[in-house]
Write a protein that binds this ligand. Structure first.
Ligand code: HGY
Ligand code: MN
Ligand code: MN
Length: 423
């Protein structure tokens, strides 16, 4: 396989998909918005052009299937998400969709048959941007979809269930998306690293060993709005400064964590109906807290929420929080990690094994299926969730070659079990 040219094909496909956005000045693709539908339409075309049998499921995942021609063969599922964060990068998620499509096209040209059926899934939602829900695409496939999120509303007050119906999707069909693990070999995902580790190590590829678990809360602080000029400082119940002290408590607790693997972020922070000359009456912010292991992460969360309540009591404001995501740390399947490391090594480079600080569909799929992930070097200092996210065609080509080597070895995979089930 001529790796540079397939790498150029892959990068070009990510650039093409990146032209659809909800924002004129950055890449933002929210679930079921106009840009999301345009990307889905492009993906259907790209999959059909690679000879795949294309379907769209009840949640909006775009699925391309390539049969190996052997009745009863099991399926290897690969893919990633095509929604983005606000002002995100062109490779986050998309790389893991367009790379397998390019390989399917290559296999058509060479006539090579894989020893299993291949399913490439473009997951419709993973980031949680529009409905503060995450993994909407992958969770139904492993029986982890939380039907209560159908009642969630977006910033315009549109219910998730209604947004789905408006897009011609059927919420009632979600329950039927669960895959029978007996028919699936496992799940494999290629993703840009979204960090600086491979760049610093001078490596193009990384073999993921485990994926950090994440918990998210939406928080609301309610104080007393008032005139910025007439209320003495000692009489204020300022929701904005109370929330700011809570966010600093989050930063302080995570920075001091003894495990040194806990990270905390308040990515959204907003004074509701704020105005320059009004003391904030209500402030909303989010907590995103992660760790390589669930124990330290959960201890940190409990401490942070306790601090928020103490700060609220001292300042005479009300603190409320809603859990919006809780996904456990997920180890990759050791036998699959070793097989992927061998595939990478077959290219002539030692496999660089590493944990993932970012969350991925693989952590959801890995809850029911054998799972492995391949990371690809992220340029520009490893920046991601940013328009400055970048990668090279050469590295994309290396990832394609390692993926093909890995796939060829999967047909003989014993009936592996997910890492969790191995404990
Ligand atoms: O937040 C994450 O780690 C992923 O980008 N959804
Ligand atoms: Mn992301
Ligand atoms: Mn991603």
């Amino acid at each position: 396989m001529e790796t540079l040219s397939i790498g150029q094909e892959i990068v070009a496909a990510c650039e093409r998909l990146g032209r659809h956005s909800d924002d004129p000045d950055g890449l933002t693709v929210a679930y079921l918005g106009a840009a999301h539908r345009a990307v889905a339409a492009d993906l259907k075309e790209e999959m059909a052009g690679a000879g795949l049998a294309v379907t769209v499921d009840a949640i909006g995942n775009v699925i391309g299937r390539r049969s190996c021609g052997r009745p009863g063969a099991r399926t290897l599922i690969t893919g990633s998400h095509f929604d983005t964060v606000r002002n995100g990068g062109r490779f986050d998620g998309r790389l893991g969709i367009v790379l397998p499509i390019a390989l399917a096209r290559h296999l058509n040209e060479t006539g090579e048959r894989l020893p299993f059926d291949l399913e490439i899934i473009a997951f419709a939602e993973e980031e949680g941007l529009r409905f503060a829900s995450t993994f909407l695409g992958s969770s139904p496939l492993v029986g982890q979809f939380d039907a209560s999120v159908l009642e969630r509303t977006d910033a315009a007050g549109v219910r998730l269930a209604d947004a789905m119906r408006d897009a011609g999707l059927d919420p009632a069909g979600i329950a039927g998306l669960r895959r029978d693990p007996g028919t699936v070999l496992g799940y494999y995902e290629v993703h840009i690293e979204q960090g600086p580790v491979l760049l610093a190590a001078g490596e193009a590829l990384g073999v993921v060993t485990s994926i950090a678990g994440g918990v998210r809360h939406s928080c609301r602080v309610t104080g007393s709005a008032g005139h910025a000029g007439t209320v003495p400082m000692r009489l204020r119940h300022d929701a904005g400064t109370a929330a700011a002290e809570m966010v600093l408590a989050l930063e302080e607790r995570c920075s001091a964590d003894p495990s040194a693997t806990v990270v905390g972020t308040a990515g959204r922070f907003e004074v509701v109906r704020g105005a320059t000359n009004v003391i904030p009456g209500e402030c909303q912010f989010t907590i995103d807290l992660r760790g390589a292991a669930d124990g330290p992460r959960d201890l940190a969360l409990a401490d942070v929420l306790r601090s928020c309540r103490e700060i609220a009591a001292r300042r005479g404001v009300l603190f409320e929080s809603e859990l919006t995501m809780n996904v456990p740390a997920t180890p990759c399947t050791p036998a699959w990690v070793d097989a992927l490391a061998a595939a990478v090594a077959s290219l002539g480079r030692p496999a660089h094994r590493m944990p993932s600080g970012a969350g991925h569909d693989a952590m959801m799929m890995g809850r029911a299926l054998p799972m492995a992930m391949l990371f690809v070097r992220c340029g520009n200092g490893g920046v991601s969730h940013s328009p400055h996210e970048t990668m090279t065609a050469a590295d994309a080509g290396q990832a394609a070659a390692a993926t093909l080597a890995f796939w060829r070895g999967r047909g003989t995979a014993a009936r592996d079990v997910p890492a969790k089930a191995q404990e």
